[in-house]
Design a protein around this ligand. Sequence first.
Ligand SMILES: [Zn+2]
Length: 92
Amino acid sequence: MTTRGHVPQRSCIACRQAATKGELLRIVRTLTGEIKADPTGKVPGRGAYLCRKEKCVQIAIKEKKLERALGKRPGDNLLAEIAALIKQAGPE
Ligand SMILES: [Zn+2]
């Protein structure tokens, strides 16, 4: 028997690559219908996951993947909000 713990995996809605929750950025549609980035992963609501890469974020928004995953079109400021978050974290 192995003692390896189960790590829940999510996949990026843009490139479909699987990763752990900590490696991905969560985007949430909150209970009030607002769509925003959720770096803590704790905001209640419907979530979608994205790689912390500007390319995936752009694909998700421009190809309406985020809209489909969350059931609502994100605001125009979301791309800038996420881009700022990714830059804060710095390169790997
Ligand atoms: Zn991705």
